[in-house]
Design a protein around this ligand. Structure first.
Ligand SMILES: [Fe+2]
Ligand SMILES: [Fe+2]
Length: 339
């Protein structure tokens, strides 16, 4: 990639696909770009890549659960509550594995594709040297997170002697994204849906990570992996807010209308308790009453929006002007995010 620059904030970037993207300093706020520049410079010092020794010996305490019981979607169901201690321990181990498998899906199918789209010039705006650098760094971070959680899964499976299961293609979060994209013929609409889910993801993922990284009752290595991930995601947060702001400011009217309509949709996809995955895991574990447990949990999970905090997404939509549009206000209302 070649970059010519007339000033720190005004660049013309030749993207790998040959497209030339002009950047308007009046659209890209100088403050945000300066922030991206600072983030790019601080990466080597703060990124968790290679800073965590995944092979270090951690005292494994077989009595400590691998996951927080109250994060199981059926934690209070009598069939789980009355299960044997051995079965409960295995289910908690799989709670940790499912959480990590889902993390891999998010990094691989939600975040990395949008970073690549940005680098190729397929997303409106985003053209500056500092932005290209932070996106490249984000790709490295996310690849490292995949390595971290894969190693964490292998460690847990070895210590608990768990069977290997292959269920990664069944996550509702990913199938919802794919179904939504399949509704449209235009590639740019697929890109907008991908942009929306990546922005929502980066808003939500940190909340969940914070919860687990403060859970001192779980295995120390599990908490360490989540804490390292949370540090990086905390650094990502302003990057994705900037991406949303800059992309929206540089969209044409048709793109803006489509993006306003689609942005709140992924919130409901994130709310999924991934009960299809759980059904498959429990069946493979030989859990008696799997169908009743899952069917009852599905029934009780109707209004799941109540259990999550999506206020940051509303604030972001307000800040970039989406809620000032009729389509934006309608879509956030339709999805139940605003009244
Ligand atoms: Fe990540
Ligand atoms: Fe991230």
């Amino acid at each position: 990639m070649t970059i010519s620059s007339s000033s720190e904030y005004s660049n013309v970037v030749a993207a790998p696909n040959g497209k030339h993207l002009t950047q308007d300093a009046s659209i890209n706020s100088r403050g945000m770009l300066a922030k991206m520049g600072k983030l790019a410079k601080s990466w080597l010092k703060l990124a968790q890549v290679k800073r965590i020794d995944l092979d270090a010996a951690y005292a494994f305490d077989p009595e400590k659960p691998d996951f927080m019981p109250n994060l199981l979607p059926f934690a209070e169901h009598p069939l789980y509550v009355n299960a044997s201690p051995e079965m409960k321990q295995r289910i908690l181990s799989f709670g940790w594995l499912i959480y990590n498998w889902k993390t891999v899906e998010i990094e691989e199918k939600l975040i990395s594709p949008i970073c690549n789209k940005i680098l190729h010039g397929d997303i409106p705006g985003q053209a500056s040297a500092s932005m290209s650098e932070v996106i490249g760094q984000t790709l490295v971070d996310e690849a490292y997170h995949i390595l971290m959680v894969i190693k964490a899964c292998e460690y847990t499976m070895a210590m608990r002697d768990l069977p290997r299961m292959n269920i990664s293609s069944e996550f509702e979060l990913v199938t919802s994204l794919q179904k939504e994209q399949a509704r449209y013929l235009e590639t740019w609409k697929h890109d907008m849906v991908q942009l929306a889910i990546s922005i929502v993801s980066e808003v939500f993922i940190s909340d969940y990570l914070t919860l687990l990284s403060n859970a001192h009752e779980i295995q120390p290595i599990n908490r360490m992996v989540v804490t390292a991930h949370r540090r990086d995601e905390f650094r990502h947060s302003p990057i994705f807010k900037h991406i949303a702001q800059d992309a929206y400011a540089n969209m044409n009217d048709e793109q803006k209308a489509f993006f306003c309509d689609v942005l709140p949709k992924p919130v409901r996809w994130f709310v999924s308790r991934e009960l299809k995955v759980w059904r498959s895991v429990l069946e493979q574990l030989g859990f008696e009453g799997t169908d009743k447990l899952i069917d009852d949990t599905m029934e009780a999970s109707r209004d799941e929006l109540l259990r999550i905090d999506y206020s940051e997404l509303i604030t972001l939509a307000q800040e970039i002007g989406i809620l000032d549009t009729a389509i934006g206000a309608d879509s956030f209302h339709r999805e139940g995010l605003i009244s």
